[in-house]
Structure formats: C-alpha cells, structure tokens
Design a binder for this molecule. Structure first.
Ligand code: AMP
Ligand code: ZN
Length: 119
C-alpha cells in the first residue's frame, strides 16, 4: 500500500533504526540526517517516515507530509545557520536526474557558494 515501509529500502531502514545515521532533527513525520557523501559543508537529507518513491508521489499521496518535508528542510537550514547565506533544497527525481534512492529525500545543501544552473 502507498506509504507502507518497503523491506528493500535503505531509507525505510534508517527510519526504523535498522541502519544507523547521523540524525540532526526528527519530527512525527520526518527524519533529517547527514549525507554519507557530503557535497557541501552542510549536506543533510530530509525524508518522510512514510515511503513514497519521489517528491511528486509524496505530494499526491500525503500532501501534509510533503509540506512537513519542506518546512523541515528550512528548519535544518536554520539550525545549520545556512539560511543567512542561502541554501539549496534539491529533490532529484528519476535516474537521469541522479536519483539513486527511491524513497523521497530532500537534499539541503549550504555552507559554500552554490553555482547555477546545477550540473
Ligand atoms: P540521490 O542521488 O538524490 O538519490 O541521493 C541519495 C543520497 O543518499 C546520496 O547523496 C548518498 O550519498 C546518500 N546516502 C546513501 N546511503 C546513505 C546512508 N546510509 N546514509 C546517509 N546518506 C546516504
Ligand atoms: Zn522507503
């Protein structure tokens, strides 16, 4: 069923605690943890506890949680003090766009200058 935990999903395992992560914030609906391969001084992933493969399916299936995800991305940026200099929220969708984990996750990147457009 939509939103149910998937046994083969790495980020569902981080939600359940089966796989460890450096968690920086948690809410009833989201978990935020440091990316294992950081691309900027601040690189945190914010994920919903529920499993949806990408941002659009989350927004369609659980719009309140999609809103929580974006709010939490902003809270992470503030906690990491990147909101003053600017930060980027990235939601890669599909293999061609670089998505490798098919459980919605917002990258929060900051702490250095960020070029535009992204590669
Ligand atoms: P994406 O390529 O947009 O799907 O992003 C997946 C991200 O998950 C990458 O930036 C990886 O470095 C990160 N990642 C993969 N495994 C882990 C893990 N066990 N803990 C934290 N981050 C991870
Ligand atoms: Zn999952």
């Amino acid at each position: 069923m939509a939103g149910e935990p998937q046994s083969d999903c790495l980020f569902c395992k981080i939600v359940s605690g089966e796989v460890p992560a450096t968690i920086v914030r948690e809410t009833e609906t989201t978990v935020a943890f440091r990316d294992i391969n950081p691309q900027a001084p601040t690189h945190v992933l914010v994920i919903p506890r529920v499993h949806y493969p990408d941002a659009a399916s989350l927004a369609a299936g659980a719009p309140d949680v999609a809103a929580d995800l974006l709010r939490e991305a902003g809270e992470v940026a503030a906690q990491e003090k990147t909101d003053a200099t600017g930060y980027r929220i990235v939601l890669n969708t599909g293999e061609g766009a670089g998505q490798t984990v098919f459980h919605t996750h917002a990258h929060v990147l900051g702490g250095r200058g960020l070029t535009w457009p992204p590669g």
